[in-house]
Design a protein around this ligand. Structure first.
Ligand SMILES: *Cc1c(COP(=O)(O)O)cnc(C)c1O
Length: 374
């Protein structure tokens, strides 16, 4: 079945007791045993298993064409689940412009447990090969990357992983399963901050790991999910499954809007650079064309006049909302460097934009007036 169909139907529970067409969340944390101590429905306790979470996991597994999924209470819990599956002394390669929260986990949490890491420009395959050591156990890819929208070659990096005996993981949050299928390109597992496009309405914090095979490495992730307990709430699993039904439509419409906004910005005299893989001028454009079925709805741009000019532009928007995060129906704009803190490598004149579902003419008019005054 095609992805649009799976998005509506995969993982849905039929309620034979009422015939209800719409699913309801199963909020119960505990489930009744029968007289001889058995569990007639297979459910014991929600941390270990909740029928709504299982349905969501089946849905995500179907969308990525994987073998299994572990759902988490945030994207950060999902990435940490992968890192904790490593052993002390293992080495990780991650992108030099990796999502700042992922970098913070490696620096603040994993380094203390003896996991070493190198931050490398993943668009430079020779640099990646040179960074591989006998201890390299994981290459963490993020493509397109946050916030510079760099495009990394999943197929080529997966081949490097196979040679090195390393796990190939892809943070595919910006692309969603609609635009990019990392497992089909050779990755071993896919991570999503489902807080973003899969949730789609800026009201659910959650994450997921989808794996290509239920191997020993994934079992460590599953054990951490159940024993460590960073699971999503049943209500959020329900909301997320409800949102995913419209994901294919939303991401296509938002991507078309983003293309229009990027083209407008690329022609504006006050704008010094636009980072959007859908522009022919983007260094990752050809690769994105090959690897993705669309260019997504995230972009960033730099303005002439440095930090203050960027701040003034952000201050003047009226339709865009100044806020962090991404993937919702409403368009957001953010001065990224000031959110990322002291370790940020993001240019100070950069604004990151999450393009929503408004009419692109209205979005462009808002940016036009915000840029015009400088
Ligand atoms: C937001 C985000 C994360 C972290 O997810 P949370 O749900 O905020 O914990 C990880 N990677 C990327 C690319 C993100 O945008």
């Amino acid at each position: 079945m095609k992805l649009e169909t799976l998005a509506v139907h995969a993982g849905r529970r039929k309620d034979s007791s009422t015939g209800a067409v719409a699913q309801s969340p199963i909020l119960s944390t505990t489930f009744e045993r029968d007289g001889d101590g058995g569990y007639p429905h297979g459910n014991v306790y929600t941390r270990a298993l909740n029928p709504g979470r299982t349905g969501l996991e089946k849905l995500l597994t179907a969308l990525e064409n994987g073998a299994a999924t572990a759902a988490f209470g945030s994207g950060s819990a999902a990435s940490l689940a992968v890192f904790q599956a490593l052993n002390p002394g293992d080495h990780v390669i991650a992108p030099d412009d990796v999502y700042h929260g992922t970098r913070t986990q490696l620096r603040e949490l994993l380094a203390r447990w003896g996991v070493e890491y190198s931050l490398i420009d993943l668009t430079d395959l020779d640099a990646v090969r040179a960074a591989v050591t006998p201890k390299t156990r994981l290459i963490w890819i993020e493509t397109p990357s946050n916030p510079l929208l760099k495009v990394a070659d999943i197929e080529a990096l997966a081949a490097i992983c196979r040679q090195a005996g390393a796990v190939c993981a892809v943070d595919s949050t910006f692309a969603t399963p609609v635009l990019q299928q990392p497992l089909a390109l050779g990755a071993d597992l896919v991570m999503h901050s489902t807080t973003k496009y899969l949730g789609g309405h800026s009201d659910i914090l959650s994450g997921a790991i989808i794996t290509r095979s239920e191997d020993a490495f994934f079992q460590r992730i599953r054990d951490y999910q159940i024993m460590g307990g960073p699971v999503p709430a049943p209500f959020d699993c329900w909301l997320l499954q409800r949102s995913i039904a419209t994901l294919p439509l939303r991401i296509k419409a938002q991507s078309a809007n983003a293309q229009a906004v990027a083209e407008f910005l690329a022609g504006h005299p006050q704008v010094s650079a636009v980072h959007y893989p859908g522009l022919a001028s983007h260094p990752g454009h050809a690769l994105a064309r090959r690897q993705m079925s669309g260019f997504g709805a995230m972009l960033s741009f730099q303005v002439h006049g440095g930090n203050d000019a960027a701040a003034r532009t952000a201050a003047r928007v009226a339709l865009f909302t100044r806020a962090t995060s991404l993937g919702g129906v409403e368009s957001l704009i953010e001065h990224r460097a000031s959110v990322e803190g002291p370790f940020s490598t993001t240019p100070k004149n950069l604004l990151r934009v999450s393009v929503g579902l408004e009419h692109p003419d209205d979005l462009i008019a808002d940016l036009q007036q915000a840029l015009a005054a400088d």
